[in-house]
Ligand binder design. Structure first.
Ligand code: GLU
Length: 289
């Protein structure tokens, strides 16, 4: 067994002994709706019931979709809902340098490679939606021509770096289907670690920040459970602690679909303006538009 798995297991033990710390990490791409309110309640309640702490983190690396006024709205809505959180709030768009440093570290170990392909080319060379590539043979020409590129994590390089541990990576799940959960990152192919347009990615920023903020338990919806494969792999490659995960069920609409503004879910501020109380917004049994 390699040093990595020992490290992972030691960290897990240390984490369980430490004071619990979780976070609620919304992205300011729209006004919060009831699904967010109840997800926030899961994270804040989890901390309160376990004598821990819940941080708020603003995940706004995607400047093509996030807006500063929506970040302010998140503070206002969460405050109206009765949550409070320690200051300062970590706002990811102020930390691109941190993410760039991780890219350098991964690159020095040849765990990531530049990908100049277009979306269309990726789709054409993927098998069942899974892309596995390698550094471009004409990389020098692309660089000389200033072509934009994404950084992709090489699953083959990760397997080589971790040896037998690669197939034994696991994390502790305390939410849906509790217990030690084995991951299989290679089923995702060579995922993007830094996007062409923003120089980082959700996977990179979220795992970096969970480590930087000493998050012991990640409480989030089951829609992100699949991403945990990538997160645990990155944490292990970077020598970051692997937190425990608590994936909770999502609030679904009457048709069984995830709530979203696009599907007509009202924002918390609309509900508030219509006269609903914070208790009604947070109460799972209350049907709201
Ligand atoms: N920012 C992500 C979202 O709004 C959540 C990230 C996480 O909890 O891991 O969906």
């Amino acid at each position: 067994m390699s040093q990595f798995s020992d490290k992972t297991n030691n960290y897990a033990a240390v984490r369980r002994a430490a004071k619990l710390r979780t976070r609620f990490a919304p992205s300011p791409t729209g006004y919060l709706h009831i699904g967010h309110a109840r997800a926030a309640a899961q994270a804040f309640d989890f901390a309160r019931l376990n004598d821990g702490q819940c941080l708020l983190r603003i995940e706004d690396i995607d400047h093509t979709r996030c807006k500063a006024e929506l970040t302010i709205a998140i503070y206002e809505d969460l405050d109206w809902l009765g949550f409070d959180w320690p200051l300062p709030v970590r706002v990811q768009s102020r930390h691109y340098d941190d993410y760039a440093r991780v890219i350098v570290a991964l690159r020095e170990r040849e765990l990531i490679y530049r990908c100049f392909k277009t979306r269309k080319e990726i789709a054409a060379s993927s098998v069942n939606g899974i892309y596995s590539g390698c550094p471009a043979s004409d990389e020098a020409e692309h660089l000389a021509a200033n072509h934009p590129f994404a950084w992709r994590l090489s699953m083959n390089a990760a397997r080589d770096a971790l040896g037998g541990t690669f197939d034994k990576l696991k994390y502790y799940e305390s939410g849906v289907i509790p217990g030690w959960t084995q991951i299989s990152p290679s089923r995702h192919g060579d995922v993007i670690i830094a996007r062409k347009d923003i120089g980082t990615s959700y996977h990179l920023a979220v795992t970096h920040d969970d480590a930087a903020q000493n998050i012991t338990h990640v409480v989030r919806g089951t829609d992100l459970k699949e991403s945990t494969d990538i997160h645990v792999l990155l944490q292990t490659l970077m020598g970051w602690p692997v937190p425990d995960y608590h994936h909770h069920k999502l609030v679904l609409d009457e048709g069984g679909e995830k709530l979203s503004k696009r599907r007509g879910s009202k924002s918390i501020r609309d509900l508030r303006a219509s006269g609903y109380s914070r208790e009604e917004v947070l109460n799972r049994m209350t049907f709201l538009p």
